[in-house]
Write a protein that binds this ligand. Structure first.
Ligand code: ADP
Ligand code: MG
Length: 252
């Protein structure tokens, strides 16, 4: 970024206004406001059940909100299917449990959506897939099946698969929390590389080293609300709310 250019001067990639969502009588999200600028990296943290997954799943309509607005790259999320498709084509998502197709090879996992959704010729989709498999450092696994790979390798495939759709925004929902400790670093390193290349990212994670390294802002949620947000140094060194202090004392 040029000196003097602030992220907030850029057009917003995601605008969430007064978002509300309930499952039956249970209100999971209340009055959530969050604007993510182009190229910004947001880390979302908070206790289990605080609504983090529901919030980021709402951004690509894996959950449907009931009140408020979500605007992604200028398109508002409504019931309009064209709009939902457009947003999904711009937003990649990586889940805690990888969600690879077990009966497809690594290469096929990566080419499926580009071929069927983007309508790319198979050869071109395979070239792109190999490019991103090299990027996450596992091109040699292309012809294996997910079950033959370690958890860390599977998660890197999941990241490569999402990148094959050339998204403008990447969402991560606790991508390392199902991994053995020795595999966490290889996945975080991949995410840090992506962050350094300027990708807009919203990451739900409790990896506070990652937050310190790449986040422009850390957002703390509790009880379906954003309780506080700040740049990482201030967030960790001088949390304002008692709930944030309690949470940090439990995870740090
Ligand atoms: P987090 O990711 O912060 O752990 P979630 O967004 O997954 O939180 O869930 C927030 C709350 O909403 C939890 O109490 C959870 O049990 C509830 N919840 C999530 N999904 C559903 C669902 N499909 N139906 C009913 N309740 C749900
Ligand atoms: Mg969750």
């Amino acid at each position: 970024m040029n000196d003097g250019e602030k992220l907030s001067d850029r057009a917003p990639a995601i605008r969430i206004e007064n978002l509300g969502k309930s499952f039956g009588d249970f209100q999971v999200l209340r009055n959530v406001n969050l604007t993510v600028c182009q190229g910004e990296k947001i880390v979302v943290c908070g206790p289990s059940g605080s609504g983090k997954s529901t919030l980021i799943r709402s951004i690509n309509r894996l959950e449907q909100h009931q009140s408020g607005r979500i605007v992604v790259e200028g398109t508002e999320l409504t019931n309009d299917l064209k709009g939902i498709e457009k947003i999904r084509s711009e937003v990649g998502m990586v889940f805690q449990h990888f969600n690879l197709f077990p009966h497809l090879t690594i290469l096929e996992n990566c080419t499926l959506a580009p071929i069927w959704v983007r309508k790319l010729p198979r050869e071109e989709a395979e070239e792109i897939a190999m490019h991103f498999l090299r990027k996450v450092r596992i091109p040699e696994q292309a012809d294996k099946y997910p079950g033959q790979l370690s958890g860390g390798q599977q998660q890197r495939v999941a990241i490569a698969r999402a990148l094959c759709m050339k998204p403008r925004i990447m969402l991560f929902d606790e991508p390392t929390s199902a991994l053995d400790p020795e595999m966490i670093k290889e996945v975080l390193d991949t995410m840090i590389e992506l962050a350094n290349e300027g990708m807009t990212m919203v990451c739900v994670t409790h990896e506070m080293g990652f937050a310190q390294a790449v986040a422009d802002r850390v957002v703390f949620m509790d009880g379906g609300q954003i309780i506080e947000e700040n740049e990482p140094v201030a967030f960790f060194s001088s949390p304002r709310s008692e709930r944030t202090k309690l949470f940090l004392s439990q995870i740090l």
